[in-house]
Ligand binder design. Structure first.
Ligand SMILES: [Mn+2]
Length: 440
């Protein structure tokens, strides 16, 4: 994880201040960092910081905990971090230690992580609400709940014990849902490089090439820009495009097949999420083009709905409607589109949603519904728009020409006062533009 810039550190401080407004003087927020995960024997997976923790601190080490205690004597922002250790640092790399946490990361106070157990009772005492998401960090769940129980037992004599655990969904995750200009700058960069990676993948694709070789082109483009995949890249040729989360990427591309690529790079914590589907040999067949144009029309209609005040349920409604009308026109379904949607017949070929929030997590945080209704869009929200049609190779009662065609088109869209802004226009999606790119 890159060291934070001064501007980023200012931004993290502003985010903490905003979160503390929501937490209030009688509350406390506890946000653990990610832990390292064993890959095999004594090797770890590449470390990725927890998004909530990163959002608030910019601190890139595992096994830390951030505590935000508004009004606390000695300072509201307390970081618990790994201690410095000459021997370990020679093997595993530098550590900031408590001193670095204060100096570099602007903690008011910082302690060794091992001190948290000892200090937790004093931090929690007198706070009625604990903003902490139970169930995500089993180790901390045990410690924190045990500590609350302990305070309750002695609270007849001492300060009041917390009475409420509050998930971070309604506070921190609502902040993360609305992207700041700094977040959008990072996301725009992630989107631009990811679009470039898709262009490169289109150019590298041809009959006989292997899916993993195409994936390598994409990942090379990411790494050249100090990025990494924000999620497992999907590179699925032919029938594999009909497997929604296909990540084996181990088949050879065949002449006449389509290739579906769903891949996005992460830049300074923000990931793009782009899908394109194109012909391996550079030319759409008639049936491929027919299905593709339906998906593209659905995607454009859905994107147009991302306006402030519009229901965030609209893109899916609109996409489903256009796709279902298209399925009827192509003869994939028979009947009245409204009735087909009502009875969910469209789900045979379109079985997923049309989009999700996007940000530090590819399926980003933020509630989709308020009071049981899809929430309205607001400026600064970013959502993917990704309709598709998937006609299984053994789909019953389907014209054989359509069998095995899987198509998804996905862009990342920012809600602005002026309307939807597509952040990923750098990779073509019109039939003529895709074919021209692959000819060139
Ligand atoms: Mn997506």
């Amino acid at each position: 994880m890159p060291a934070p810039t001064a501007a980023e550190l200012d931004e993290y401080a502003a985010r903490r201040a905003r979160l503390m407004e929501a937490v209030g003087a009688d509350g406390i927020a506890i946000v653990p960092a990610a832990r390292e995960t064993v890959r095999n024997r004594d090797v770890h997976y590449r470390f990725r910081q927890d998004s909530d923790f990163w959002y608030l601190t910019g601190f890139g080490e595992p096994d830390a905990v951030a505590v935000l205690a508004p009004g606390r004597d000695g300072g509201a922002f307390v970081l618990f971090v790994r201690e410095r250790n000459k021997e370990r640092e020679i093997w595993d790399g530098r550590r900031a230690g408590p001193e670095g946490a204060v100096k570099t990361y602007r903690a008011d106070q910082a302690y060794a992580a091992a001190e948290l157990d000892r200090m937790l009772p004093a931090l929690l005492a007198g706070r009625s609400k604990v903003f902490y998401t139970l169930g995500e960090h089993p180790e901390w769940d045990v410690k924190i709940t045990a500590c609350v129980r302990e305070i309750r037992e002695v609270s007849r004599r001492g300060p009041a014990a917390p009475t409420e655990f509050v998930a971070l969904d309604t506070s921190l995750h609502e902040l993360r849902l609305i992207k700041t200009p700094a977040e959008l700058a990072a996301l725009r960069h992630a989107c631009a490089v990811s679009a470039q990676a898709h262009v490169r993948a289109m150019r590298a694709s041809a009959p006989g090439v292997w899916e993993w070789q195409v994936a390598a082109e994409i990942h090379h483009e990411f790494e050249k820009h100090r990025m990494e995949p924000g999620y497992g890249s999907i590179v699925g040729g032919g029938d594999n495009a009909c497997i929604l989360h296909y990540t084996e990427n181990d088949a050879q591309l065949a002449d006449g097949d389509l290739l579906l690529i769903d891949a996005g790079g992460e830049f300074r914590g923000y990931t793009a999420d782009i899908t394109r589907t194109f012909p391996v040999n550079g030319r759409f067949s008639g049936p491929q083009k027919d299905v593709y144009e339906v998906v593209l029309a659905a995607q454009k209609a859905a994107i147009a709905e991302l306006k402030p005040g519009n229901s965030s349920g609209r893109p899916h409604e609109v996409a489903t409607r256009v796709l279902t009308e298209g399925m009827v026109a192509l003869g994939l379904l028979q009947g009245d589109p409204d009735e087909l949607i009502h009875t969910e017949k469209h789900r045979q070929f379109y079985m997923h949603g049309t989009g999700h929030w996007l940000g530090m997590d590819v399926h980003d945080v933020g509630r989709y519904k308020l009071q049981g209704q899809p929430r309205p869009f607001a400026e600064g929200m970013v959502m993917t728009v990704e309709p598709g049609l998937y006609i299984a190779p053994d789909a019953p009662g389907v014209d054989p020409r359509f069998r095995g065609i899987g198509i998804r088109i996905e862009d990342d869209v920012l809600v602005t006062a002026a309307g939807p802004e597509v952040l990923t226009p750098g990779v073509p999606k019109e039939v003529a533009d895709v074919e021209a790119l692959m000819r060139g």
